[in-house]
Design a protein around this ligand. Structure first.
Ligand SMILES: Cc1cc2nc3c(=O)[nH]c(=O)nc-3n(C[C@H](O)[C@H](O)[C@H](O)COP(=O)(O)O)c2cc1C
Length: 466
């Protein structure tokens, strides 16, 4: 990183211009290599670099590797969405990139499919061999991977997973967790689109496809944390109007909010971790009120916590989220989370309690020990009844013992290692910023990076972070 802050203005300008030129040249080079693609891309995604950005520092690289064209179409769509949000974009086939080019980017989105028997698309084979076969200093890069695949193949999303692992090993930081798309699944693609807000996308962009919503009733709503230093959190209960519905712990509720000023107007979907199981009779959510800089409530949280009346009909679709489903067996489970992330963990604990799986350890963090205790009575009961073998709570605003959940984890290192040696799986749910990386660091320190990667590959380390 070059620190420009102490340079005279002239040097700064010259340097900025040089970077801008270099970046423009890079984009041009990439486009030159792929002239045929360039014509299509230019038409759909606009010019590679918009003026007025500092040396392309704001520019997001959208790189794709496609065998039959789907990843390429999604790359264009992604680029269009970012561009429509005012974020400059540069689109390139992965095969045209070098390690140096990647090292010069600050943000990149990779949209890649898997072909053959877990192979990269033909156009990316050389990149896989030459670039991914070596090392690069990508510490300045923040990235995300959209991995396209098909679960019918033994090596599901293998290339996307390999690329993600390689980027991570080169020091790049994930903007959000890899999104895997099974056979073009619309819900997973909406999830990707939703996450584009972490890469400069607008939060109110229209859905790429409208979820196939069912009809639910807002049966109950309760404010859980009056007096909290954090934003209000509501426990929302929704019951199905079209007969009993099926879902599993770990699944996501896609909600279809309406414009409070004009309830006929449908707004883009919002996603919430489901906090209950079908045996509970309804879908329970924990919804934290989000406010924009203008003070207005967020689209989804405003709809669920204020604008929709109790008793009102809510459009809801369950999105299967296999990446966060519970273990198939009764292995020990370490559940780690913060804030509204307790929702996803509670669904797992309910499922485990019902199945009689009692080797559960919950580590949960919030702000105030007095005000921020979602599901406190239930958690205490589980602890007393040994559904929870161990419980660690951390409150960052506790004057007596301020701590984050990752601090509890670090302090319990040998015990975590023992559980893992006994076959435990680790599930993490909650904030991407602050919690997820802190927890990943603590787990890496305890278990080692190789072990954590093996656990992720075996489905023993799973995350639902947002
Ligand atoms: C011949 C062939 C082999 C494939 N092999 C795999 C595979 O090993 N693993 C996987 O997850 N998906 C596999 N797929 C599924 C593709 O990744 C999936 O259809 C993807 O959406 C294609 O995107 P593309 O059009 O950008 O190449 C295969 C598809 C084809 C046609």
């Amino acid at each position: 990183m070059i620190d420009l802050s102490l340079d005279p203005a002239g040097t700064r300008t010259a340097l900025a211009a040089a970077i801008l030129l270099g970046y423009t040249a890079f984009c041009g080079l990439v486009y030159g290599h792929h002239r045929r693609a360039r014509v299509r891309l230019a038409a759909l995604a606009g010019p590679p670099l918009e003026s007025g950005t500092e040396g392309g520092a704001q520019t997001v690289l959208v790189a794709y590797a496609s065998q039959t064209g789907f990843a390429e179409r999604l790359a264009l769509r992604t680029a269009g969405a970012l561009r429509g949000s005012g974020t400059p974009v540069c689109v390139a086939p992965l095969g045209a990139l070098t390690a140096e080019a990647l090292a010069g980017c600050s943000r990149a989105l990779f949209i890649v499919s898997t072909t053959g028997e877990g192979d990269p698309p033909d156009g990316a084979a050389r990149f896989a061999r030459r670039v991914m076969g070596g090392t690069a200093d990508l510490r300045g890069l923040r990235y995300a991977v959209l991995a396209l695949g098909d679960r019918d193949y033994a090596r599901y999303c293998a290339f996307g997973r390999a690329l993600d692992a390689w980027l991570h090993h080169q020091g790049a930081t994930a903007l959000f967790d890899r999104v895997e798309v099974d056979d073009g699944d619309d819900g997973a693609l909406r999830h990707w689109q939703h996450n584009l807000t972490f890469a400069g996308g607008r939060a109110d962009m229209a859905d790429w496809s409208t979820p196939d919503y069912g009809r639910w009733r807002l049966a109950a709503r309760r404010h859980l944390n009056p007096g909290s230093p954090g934003a209000p959190v509501f426990h929302v209960v929704l019951t199905p109007l079209d007969g009993p519905q099926a879902w599993k712990a770990g699944d996501i509720a896609e909600i279809g909010p309406r414009d409070p000023a004009d309830p006929r107007r449908k707004l883009p979907h919002r996603e919430y971790s489901i906090a209950s199981t079908p045996e509970d009779g309804g879908i329970e959510l924990l919804v934290r009120q989000v406010r924009g800089p203008d003070g207005r409530l967020g689209i989804g949280s405003g709809w669920l916590t204020e604008h929709a009346a109790v008793g009102a009909e809510i459009a809801l679709r369950v999105r299967e989220n296999r990446g966060f489903h519970g273990p198939a067996d009764d292995r020990p489970l370490i559940l780690i989370g913060n804030g509204t992330g307790i929702a996803g963990l509670r669904a797992h604990l309910r499922e485990r309690a019902r199945a009689g799986h009692r080797r559960n350890w919950l580590l949960f963090g919030e702000r105030s020990p007095r005000h921020d205790r979602p599901f406190a009575a239930e958690i205490a009961r589980w602890h007393a009844d040994s559904v929870l073998e161990r419980l660690d709570l951390a409150f960052s605003r506790d004057p007596a013992d301020p701590a984050y959940v990752q601090d509890r984890l670090a302090a319990a290192g040998p015990e975590v290692a023992r559980w893992v040696a006994e076959g435990a799986a680790i599930y993490v749910c909650g904030s991407l910023q602050g919690m997820a990386s802190g927890v990943a660091e603590a787990l890496t320190a305890i278990l080692g990076e190789a072990m954590l990667e093996t656990m992720a590959a075996e489905g023993r380390y799973r995350r639902d972070v947002y």
